[in-house]
Every structure is written in C-alpha cells, then in structure tokens.
Design a protein around this ligand. Structure first.
Ligand SMILES: Cc1cc2nc3c(=O)[nH]c(=O)nc-3n(C[C@H](O)[C@H](O)[C@H](O)COP(=O)(O)OP(=O)(O)OC[C@H]3O[C@@H](n4cnc5c(N)ncnc54)[C@H](O)[C@@H]3O)c2cc1C
Length: 392
C-alpha cells in the first residue's frame, strides 16, 4: 500500500483529523480544497451562526484555537455573543492548517474503490494510489435537497442555497427564497443589502429567532449550560456524547430526531436585518413552478388560497438529506458493500467505521448515527481523537 491512511476532504473535519494524525507522526495523505464549501460557496459577508467557542478546528493540544488566533492578532475574543465573520474564520482556518499540518494536496479524488487489503484511489489529475484505510470527510455539498416540484427547473433560475451565485449578481433582480433557517434568513438579508428585491416564503406560521447569547450568571448557566449546539442539558448531551446517542437509541429514533430537532431558526444578530425589511410570506408553499419568458411563475398555496408570483430567481434554502448514493466518487462495487441503516444512511461502528473494514465516514454524513452535532464543526472535537486513537 502507498499510504496507511488517506483522508478525503479538507474541511473542518478533515483538517482536525489530519492535525491529530500529524501530532502522532502517522503517515497519511489528505486530499481536497481547504475549506472549499466555506470559501467558494458560502455568501461573502456571511457571519457564522455558531458561537466563537464552537467555531474551532481541533488539534490535540488545543494550541491552535480561534481564541489563540485572535489573541495572536491582538484582537478581542469572547466565547459567546461575538459574531464571527466568514472572512475571519477562513483566515483562522488557514492559520490552523499552516501550524498543524502544513501544505496539503489541493486535489480531488475522482474514484475510490476497493483493492486487496485496502482501497484504490484515482485523483482527478489521473494519478493513482492505494491506501490501507480511507476517511470520507467530504461534507454537506452533495446532500442539498430541492423540493420535487422545483427540482426539474434549471440553474441559475432555481438553485439550492449551497450553490448560490455571488451575492452581487442578484442586484436588481426579484428573488424568492424558500426556507426559515439561518441560511434562508441570512441569504435574504445579504441579497436585500446587495440591492435585490427579496421575498421569503416560509411554511411555518412565524419565524423563530435565537435569544441574544451573552455571558450569563452562574445560576443560569447551571440551569441551562451553553453547549456546542445550543444551551440546556439536553444540548450538552447531544454536543458532548455523540457515541452515547448512537448506542442508546434505535436507528429509526435517531434518524427522526436528527431530522426534526434543532429546527429552523435565525441567529439573534440577524433579526434586525430581516424583520420589517424583507417581505415574508408565512404559511406558504410552492405547489408548482414554470418558466415563462425567462422568468419563473410560482403557484403558491396560502391559507387564503392559491396565489401567483413572478420572480427572476428562486433559492431553495431547504436543507440537506443524507444519502451516500450521492457521493459520486464512490465506485459502485464499494458503495454496494457499505451496509446501511436506512436508504443511503451508512451503518457505522462507534469508531465511525463502515461495514467495509478500513473505511470511515465522518461529518454530516454520520449525523443520523451520531446526532445533530455532526452537522457542525464542533463534532470534529469528538471525531478526530477517536480516529487518531483507532487508526493503527
Ligand atoms: C450556509 C451554511 C452556514 C453554516 N454555518 C455553520 C456555522 O456557523 N458553524 C458550524 O459549525 N457549521 C456551519 N455550517 C455547517 C458546516 O458546513 C459544517 O460545520 C462543516 O463545513 C463541516 O465540515 P466538513 O469537514 O465535514 O465538510 P466541508 O467543510 O464541507 O468540507 C468538505 C471538504 O471535502 C472536499 N471534497 C469534496 N469532494 C471531494 C473529493 N471528491 N475529493 C477530495 N476532496 C473532496 C472539499 O474540497 C472540502 O475540502 C454551515 C453550513 C452552511 C451550508
């Protein structure tokens, strides 16, 4: 084998695992574009929803935290209530990578298959290699879902929010955004501020906003501690005990919980940029859509009947649904040998290993097994040490 371990994906999970393996002097290869989904696909001007204390990449000695980075620049750091700009987070990730891993191979894997005693990889530049173990850390991008009534319409007229064009390109256009989560609400604010005419279509009867997070007195923190995903003891369990989540609940219960818990809401600092500024249609669902003269005609079901909307662009901020069949770099024979708990949801051991020995899946693709914390970079805190311990 050319490699002991290969990590596919250089987002927060891949980088954190690599930092742990490097600290143990393990031999590994890491492929992917560093923080690609953040630098290339998230809108410029975005602010992270996670609190600063939950916006770290993870090295074993905790020497390269966001706090260390900001302090090295003589900038203030507050664990809570200090919104973190995307640009600053990307600079931090770059600093983390330089200090913990160094250069990495900014190249994609085209095909991953099995070979005797391990795996064979083909890179997009045609190079091939073999590896005894492989960690899949390729993030959420393949899992975006667009409602079926819109999925046949072409981009850029209809796009999932994770594939939005640069914000400025929407200036002067009428844009309809579906969804009530952070992505929908923040995209609406950014597009409005960039000069688009924005309309939010929301199924719910109201928008939900998180409370202003700020340092709280000890008594309140004991009653409802701050955790990676939210505050409260339930959130602490979900944030800190992902392996317990896997062990304690049946697959059906876990899947349902991951789909329905910690639902759509907006960050506290976004509220003033949306409320009373952005046209918001509550209890509204798109029933059908068609293209007429290069514009979209939407039929929208509302409590008082059907209404038609003409719009130039539709952005579906309608979330993600895990299905490993969408990982187009997996060879069919490998995909078919990964056991699943339900359609497209991999069965994983407590060490994130699939039923194919030596093949690991981490990050959002493991969230139906380990819980909602795996949708956030905070989950890498748990994954990286477990893998570093268990990858021989
Ligand atoms: C709009 C939006 C806002 C978000 N805000 C937050 C937030 O504030 N806080 C938070 O914790 N989480 C947030 N998230 C979730 C966030 O995406 C995850 O926390 C985080 O990116 C997960 O990291 P990851 O390493 O699993 O995947 P990603 O960051 O998506 O990284 C995937 C990596 O895989 C690589 N890759 C993909 N395919 C291949 C291939 N074939 N070969 C090689 N490499 C490949 C990519 O180049 C990239 O390096 C947000 C998500 C969205 C969509």
């Amino acid at each position: 084998m050319d490699m002991d371990t290969t990590i596919i994906g250089a987002g927060p999970y891949g980088l954190s695992i690599a930092a742990h393996l490097r600290a143990k002097n393990r031999q590994f290869a890491l492929f992917g574009t560093p923080l690609e989904s953040w630098s290339r696909y998230m809108p410029k001007g975005m602010i992270l929803k996670s609190e600063p204390f939950a916006s770290n990449l993870w090295d074993p000695a905790r020497r390269f935290t966001l706090e260390q980075y900001l302090r090295s620049l003589k900038l203030s750091y507050q664990p809570l209530g200090q919104p973190l700009a995307l640009e600053r987070f990307l600079q931090y990730a770059d600093w983390f990578q330089c200090n913990t891993i160094g250069d990495l191979q900014n190249i994609k894997v085209k095909l991953l298959g099995r070979t005797h005693g391990g795996f064979r990889l083909q890179l997009i530049d045609g190079r091939r290699l073999t590896s005894r173990r492989v960690v899949l850390a390729t993030g959420h991008m393949p899992f975006g879902v667009v409602p079926p009534e819109l999925s046949e319409l072409p981009s850029p007229l209809v796009v999932h929010s994770s594939r939005m064009e640069p914000v400025q390109s929407y200036a002067g256009l009428d844009v309809t955004i579906l969804g009530a989560g952070q992505s929908a609400l923040e995209s609406a604010a950014l597009l409005y501020e960039a000069g688009a005419r924005v309309r939010l279509l929301v199924r719910e009867s109201r928008l939900l906003w998180n409370e202003h997070s700020k340092p709280r007195p000890l008594r309140e923190r004991i009653r409802a501690p701050d955790a990676g995903i939210a505050s409260g003891w339930g959130a602490v369990a979900i944030s800190e005990l992902p392996r317990m989540f896997r062990w304690k609940f049946s697959p059906a219960k876990r899947h349902r919980y991951v789909m329905t818990s910690f639902g759509a809401s907006g960050a506290w600092w976004l509220r003033g940029r949306v409320e009373n500024r952005i046209e918001t249609w509550l209890e509204s669902r798109v029933q059908a859509a068609s293209i007429v003269d290069s514009r979209l005609l939407l039929r929208v079901a509302r409590p008082d009947g059907i209404q038609e909307i003409w719009t130039d662009r539709l952005i579906a901020a309608t979330g993600f649904s895990i299905n490993i069949n969408r990982l187009d770099y997996l060879a069919t024979e490998l995909l078919e040998s990964i056991q699943t708990e339900a359609e497209g949801i991999p069965a994983l051991s407590a060490n994130y290993e699939t039923s194919v020995p030596g093949l690991y899946i981490v990050g959002v693709a493991s969230s139906p097994v380990f819980g909602p914390i795996m949708r956030f970079m905070y989950g890498a805190k748990h994954v990286a040490p477990v893998l570093a311990r268990n990858l021989p």
